[in-house]
Structure formats: structure tokens, C-alpha cells
Design a protein around this ligand. Structure first.
Ligand code: CO
Length: 148
């Protein structure tokens, strides 16, 4: 019940946010079924910075059902995901890898984490993909990041 109320509150914030012109804030949810609820995210090219909040709406711990949000170009994402597996816990993101445009820390059920990053160097209409780098999750947890 509490979780439902939280989701309603978040949805309310999102509606208010766009009404106020804050389309530079994005929210994405991950669950215990190894899914991102949103399979694509769209942001305006008028945004210089984007603040993304990842909400883990599941209940499993970060070492079992960890989720993060990693952004790369679509050309790079699978190679970076593979490199992330090899780089190990807790983040499974290759350290200092310039192909990583943005990456949050790894969280478990009931947690959320935000990251603010600069998109001024990215191409509107370009091909960008986000994924969770927890071992095995990138296969199911990936989506398209659109700058329009
Ligand atoms: Co995950």
C-alpha cells in the first residue's frame, strides 16, 4: 500500500514537473522482474543538464537484484555492458571508461538514486542506449534515450 502511494506521488510530481517546464528531469523505474518499466526516455535538446532518478520499485537487495542506469551510445552499449561485467561489484561499470556518458550507483529494492549530467555535447536525434550493468541484466534491461 505504501509503495502504491509512493508511485502515485511520483506520477503527480512528473505531471507537475512538465506543467512547470521542467522536462529536463527524468524518472525511470526498475523492478524485481529484471525490467525497466520505461523502455524509452525522451528529453528536450533545450536541456543543458538532465537529472535522472532511478527508482527501484522492487524489494530484493542490491547484491541479488541490483539496478543502475548507464548511458552510452547505441554503438557502444553492448561492449560497455560486457566490460562492466568484468569490472566487478558493486557497480559493474568500467572505471574511467570514456564511452560511459553517465552512470548511477547500484541500488536495491525500495531505494532510489539520482544523477545529473551534461547533454550539451550529445547529438539531438542521435542513437543512445541505457542499460543496467548488473550481471546478466543488460539483456533485458535496456532502452532508448532520445534527445529531441
Ligand atoms: Co539490474
Amino acid at each position: 500500500m505504501r509503495r502504491n502511494l509512493t508511485l502515485i506521488a511520483l506520477a503527480g510530481l512528473a505531471v507537475c514537473g512538465s506543467a512547470l517546464g521542467q522536462e529536463c528531469d527524468l524518472t525511470i523505474e526498475g523492478n524485481d522482474q529484471i525490467q525497466f518499466v520505461q523502455s524509452e526516455l525522451t528529453v528536450s535538446s533545450s536541456c543543458t543538464e538532465v537529472t535522472l532518478t532511478l527508482v527501484h520499485v522492487g524489494q530484493l537487495a542490491a547484491n541479488i537484484m541490483g539496478h543502475n542506469w548507464v548511458l552510452t551510445t547505441t554503438a557502444d552499449w553492448q561492449a560497455v555492458a560486457q566490460a562492466g561485467q568484468a569490472s566487478g561489484p558493486p557497480d559493474y561499470v568500467p572505471e574511467g571508461d570514456e564511452r560511459v556518458i553517465a552512470a548511477t550507483g547500484m541500488i536495491g529494492g525500495g531505494e532510489e538514486i539520482s544523477i545529473t549530467f551534461d547533454i550539451s555535447g550529445l547529438e539531438p536525434g542521435g542513437n543512445y542506449t541505457y542499460f543496467c550493468s548488473f550481471p546478466g541484466h543488460f539483456v533485458l534491461m535496456n532502452g532508448t534515450f532520445i534527445i529531441e
